[in-house]
Design a protein around this ligand. Structure first.
Ligand code: ADP
Ligand code: MG
Length: 268
C-alpha cells in the first residue's frame, strides 16, 4: 500500500516545534485498521501517559513513532523531522535505511520485556549500542554507563549478569541502555506490567526522576497513580482512536467519556 503523505507547511525552527507531533495517523494490518486517525502533540519535557484496553493500538502507535511500523496515512514528526521522510522544497522524500537508523536514535524505547543480552553484564549491555552503533570509544561509553547505572540505582551491579538481577533491576538496566544513546524522547511500553508488584515502585521512581530531569516521555501504563503524579497529559485510547485527552486528574478521576469511565473501573 502506498502512503498518502500530506503536503507540509514550511518548517518552523526545530526548537519551537513539539517534540512529537502525530497528525491523523492511520495504520492497518491487512484488513484490520489498528490506528484510525491518531492526532497527538507532545511538547519538549512533557510526560504523556497513554492508557487504554488491550488491542487499542497503543504499542502500534509507539512503534510508528520509532518507524518500526510504517504508517499508511497521516504524519509523525520527532524533534521537527518527519519520521521516515526528508522535507525538501516542500515535498517529502523517503529516507534510506541508514537515515532511518539515525532518526531512530533520537527515540529511546523500553518494552515490557527488557530483552537484555543474557551473556553480557549490565555495563556491557549499556555500552553495546554506543560503541557498536554510535562509534563511541569504549572508555567514554564505560564512563557514561557507570553514570547511567548510578542514575537508575544500580551503581553496584555494573558487572552483574541479567540472570542474577531481579526483573525490576533488569528493567532499570534497560532504561540505562536506552538512555546511553542520548535520545531526545523516551517511549515506555508497559514497563512495569511484567514485574512482581514489589519491584514496580523502584522502576517508577527511576522514571519519575527522568521526568523531573526534563526528559520528554510517552508512557503506556496502567499505573494510574504514576499517570496522575508524573503525567502532564493523560490520553485514553480505545479502538484505534483517542477517546479523550487532557489533565491526568480530570481524565483519570472525572472522565468525560463513558468508555474511559468503564475502562478505569476495571483497572482501579
Ligand atoms: P495495545 O498495545 O493497545 O494492546 P497493539 O498496538 O499491540 O495494541 O495492537 C492493536 C491491534 O493490532 C491488535 O488487534 C493486534 O492484534 C493488532 N496487531 C498488532 N501488531 C500486529 C501485526 N504485526 N500484524 C497484525 N496485527 C497486529
Ligand atoms: Mg501493547
Amino acid at each position: 500500500m502506498t502512503a498518502t503523505i500530506p503536503q507540509v507547511a514550511p518548517a518552523a525552527s526545530v526548537a519551537d516545534r513539539p517534540m512529537v507531533e502525530a497528525v491523523e495517523v492511520h495504520k492497518r494490518f491487512g484488513n484490520l485498521e489498528v490506528l484510525k486517525g491518531i492526532t497527538m502533540s507532545v511538547e519538549r519535557g512533557q510526560v504523556v501517559c497513554l492508557l487504554g484496553p488491550s488491542g487499542s493500538g497503543k504499542s502500534t502507535f509507539l512503534r510508528c513513532i520509532n518507524h518500526l511500523e510504517q504508517i499508511d496515512a497521516g504524519m509523525i514528526r520527532v524533534a521537527g523531522e518527519t519520521v521516515g521522510y526528508r522535507e525538501k522544497n516542500g515535498r517529502l522524500h523517503e529516507l534510506r535505511e541508514r537515515e532511518v537508523a539515525a532518526q531512530r536514535r533520537k527515540v529511546g524505547m523500553v518494552f515490557q520485556r527488557f530483552n537484555l543480552f543474557p551473556h553480557m553484564t549490565a555495563l556491557e549491555n549499556v555500552i553495546e549500542a554506543p560503541t557498536q552503533v554510535a562509534g563511541r570509544s569504549k572508555a567514554d561509553a564505560k564512563a557514561q554507563a557507570r553514570r547511567l547505572l548510578a542514575q537508575v540505582g544500580l551503581a553496584d551491579k555494573a558487572d552483574t549478569y541479567p540472570a542474577q538481577l531481579s526483573g525490576g533491576q533488569q528493567q532499570r538496566v534497560a532504561i540505562a541502555r536506552a538512555l546511553a544513546m542520548e535520545p531526545e524522547v523516551m517511549l515506555f511500553d508497559e514497563p512495569t506490567s511484567a514485574l512482581d508488584p514489589e519491584l514496580v515502585g523502584d522502576v517508577l521512581d527511576v522514571m519519575r526522576g527522568l521526568a523531573e530531569s526534563g526528559m520528554t516521555m510517552i508512557v503506556v501504563t496502567h499505573e494510574i497513580g504514576f499517570a496522575r503524579e508524573v503525567g502532564d497529559v493523560a490520553v485514553f485510547m480505545d479502538g484505534g482512536v483517542v477517546v479523550e485527552a487532557g489533565d491526568p486528574t480530570q481524565v483519570l478521576v472525572d472522565p468525560r467519556e463513558e468508555r474511559t469511565r468503564a475502562f478505569l473501573s476495571k483497572v482501579l
